[in-house]
Design a protein around this ligand. Structure first.
Ligand code: NAP
Length: 264
């Protein structure tokens, strides 16, 4: 009996290379830390080169780390970054798309075309571009995982953020479409929808958005079942589950990590 249990348990140390975007800060950084703790080799990508180098120096205490500077909204930069990861490590097991920009731009009249293009360009097109460049390498390795970070605003509306909500709903749709296409290749594609998480983005959106952003954050806080905000590590834990051995039967999943507020 003891032997049967032991045989069914996966080794504690996971293997493979995970590319985490937006890894210089917040949720991406916590995810990179968690991936290293779980035994993965990690490539960290961000457009903030200075913060990325600082993050990589810290992360190297826990394992093998490659920093790659790139803007996820620029196709040639993404293609070069993914090639560099594969050239360096010879494989790619998983991608976590955490790079993103906040989007308190006011209502649809106040949100100008340049706001719209910037938010959609990073949050939705950026996620697509990283998947576009990475999936051939996951396929070449016989399968893998993709985890996209969407948002509570990918599932429900929120004040003053039409571009952000559209970008994050697009990420949910992209996730489900990819899950259908790539399951036969052994590539599992899921997304995580965080509620308010205590990161530089959340702190910036409260301070930059003025009174309407503060009112929105109070509205969200009133509906949360678990007092928030959450920690970046709460999201990293959900990502770790989707990347790890227990996530082997999950694809097309939209996993809320929001203290229950979209349920209330
Ligand atoms: P964060 O602390 O600002 O981290 C995001 C990182 O992505 C930053 O280092 C940022 O660099 C980088 N980035 C931005 N644009 C990029 C680009 N074009 N190319 C490459 N890197 C880029 O934010 P976070 O709160 O951890 O957010 C991570 C993800 O979670 C985002 O997709 C966000 O929409 C989502 N999310 C966050 C919350 C929350 O409450 N925090 C809630 C729901 C969803 P810069 O600092 O230079 O911009």
């Amino acid at each position: 009996m003891g032997q049967e249990v032991a045989a069914s348990v996966e080794p504690a140390v996971a293997r493979g290379v995970v590319l985490v975007t937006g890894a210089a800060s917040g949720i991406g950084l916590a995810t990179a830390r968690r991936c290293l703790a779980d035994g993965f080799v990690v490539a960290v990508l961000d457009c903030d080169h200075e913060a990325l180098e600082a993050a990589a120096s810290e992360l190297r205490r826990w394992g093998r780390v490659l920093p790659v500077g790139a803007d996820v909204s620029v196709e040639v930069e993404v293609a070069a970054a993914v090639e560099r990861v594969v050239d360096t490590f010879g494989e790619l097991y998983a991608v976590v798309n955490a790079a993103g920009v906040g989007g308190y731009t006011g209502d649809v009249v106040l949100t100008g075309p340049s706001d719209w293009e910037r938010v959609i360009g990073v949050n939705l097109t950026g996620t697509y571009l990283v998947c576009h460049a990475s999936v051939p390498h996951l396929r070449a390795g016989g399968g893998g995982r993709v985890v996209n970070i969407s948002s509570q605003y990918g599932l429900v509306g929120g004040a003053g953020s039409p571009a952000y909500a559209a970008s994050k709903a697009g990420v949910v749709g992209l996730t489900r479409a990819m899950a259908v296409d790539h399951a036969p290749e052994g590539i599992l594609v899921n997304c995580v929808c965080p509620g308010p998480i205590d990161t530089p983005m959340l702190r910036r959106s409260s301070s930059d958005g003025g009174p309407p952003a503060v009112a929105e954050s109070q509205r969200v806080a009133r509906r949360s079942l678990v007092p928030g905000p959450g920690r970046p590590e709460d999201v990293a834990g959900a990502v770790a589950y989707l990347l790890g051995p227990d996530g082997g039967h999950l694809t097309g999943l939209v996993l809320s990590v929001d203290g229950g507020w979209t349920a209330s």
